[in-house]
Design a protein around this ligand. Structure first.
Ligand SMILES: Nc1ncnc2c1ncn2[C@@H]1O[C@H](COP(=O)(O)OP(=O)(O)OP(=O)(O)O)[C@@H](O)[C@H]1O
Ligand SMILES: [Mg+2]
Length: 284
């Protein structure tokens, strides 16, 4: 085990260019992570970045449904050596690439020996191909979700103004901070009734974080509650494409510009480093 970890570290050290890997996550379920991840990926694509979207929600993988594509294979096929990465990646709208995760992601914990090396090496290509890799995760602090969240240096936590969602966001942020204080955590308030309400949610969360964790997160922006989002989901077409002039589309574009802007606090870690860490966390 030790030798293998050593080998991995060496492989990871060799990486040169790195993709920025951003996990979209939440404490409570159903707060809009998948919608935000999918539309953020599209908005970054509109800014001309090369973007991949990886669905790592083990329970309810549904990025494909919201994005309106139907990938036949998942990352699990790659882990099992049945398919190459290229065979698994499908192209979505605007040229966003989708890598379906689904239940196959759990297989990552069981990769060993040469299979792991082959996988890690194949990730090298992803680093060169993408500027951003957006991860749509499940909700909560279960190990399977946290493994992905803790392995990356950039996390977007989504909450709604609901007290339970704020409380769960606080719990999640606290765990992230305790486990990996170098992670940059930024907050998106979704389904707010007004910009003001969203700001109050961010302030409330930060005041509790300051008091109990001596920390705070950066408030990245809001998305208002809007029926177009539900309509777009029902039509299986991302809101950014189905309703480009909706408030949601404008908010997401603003968030994408902020995400794409200079981000000196964060060191892009690259795909190999990321998956090596995920594997470590899943094993613990
Ligand atoms: N800004 C919004 N306005 C109105 N409805 C929204 C908004 N954002 C998300 N929704 C609705 O909320 C529901 C949940 O959204 P989504 O699937 O993106 O959440 P999630 O956090 O990914 O859920 P899960 O935890 O199950 O993965 C969807 O039906 C979606 O249409
Ligand atoms: Mg989801």
């Amino acid at each position: 085990m030790r030798d293998q970890a050593e080998g991995l570290r060496n492989l990871v050290k060799k990486q040169e260019t790195s993709s920025r890997i951003i996990a979209v996550t939440s404490g409570k379920g159903g707060v809009g992570k998948t919608n935000i991840a999918v539309n953020l990926a599209l908005a970054l694509r509109q800014l001309d970045y090369r973007v991949a979207l990886i669905d790592v929600d083990l329970g309810l993988a549904n990025v494909d449904i919201i994005l309106g594509v139907n990938p036949p294979y998942t990352l699990g096929h790659v882990f099992r050596g049945e398919k190459t990465l290229e065979e698994v990646i499908v192209e979505g709208p605007l040229g966003v690439k989708l890598l379906a995760g689904g239940s196959g992601v759990a297989d990552l914990a069981n990769l060993n020996g040469w299979r792991l090396e082959v996988f890690i090496k194949s990730l090298e290509r992803l680093n060169q191909e993408f500027d951003f890799i957006i991860l749509d995760t499940g909700a909560g602090i279960h190990r399977n979700v946290l493994s992905f969240v803790l392995a990356t240096t950039e996390v977007l936590v989504v909450t709604t103004p609901e007290p339970t969602a704020i409380t769960d966001a606080y719990g999640l942020i606290k765990v992230i901070h305790q486990r990996n204080y170098q992670t940059q955590v930024r907050l998106i308030v979704n389904m707010a009734r007004s910009p003001n309400e969203a700001e109050m949610v961010a302030e409330k969360l930060n005041s509790v974080l300051r008091e109990y964790v001596q920390w705070e997160v950066e408030y990245l922006g809001y998305v208002l509650y809007e029926t177009q989002v539900n309509k777009a989901v029902a039509e299986q077409s991302p809101v950014l494409l189905a309703y480009p002039s909706s408030m949601t589309s404008r908010s997401i574009k603003r968030i994408a510009s902020l995400v794409a802007g200079e981000n000196p606090q964060v060191v892009a870690m690259g795909v190999k480093g990321f998956f090596a860490k995920v594997q470590d966390f899943l094993r613990i």
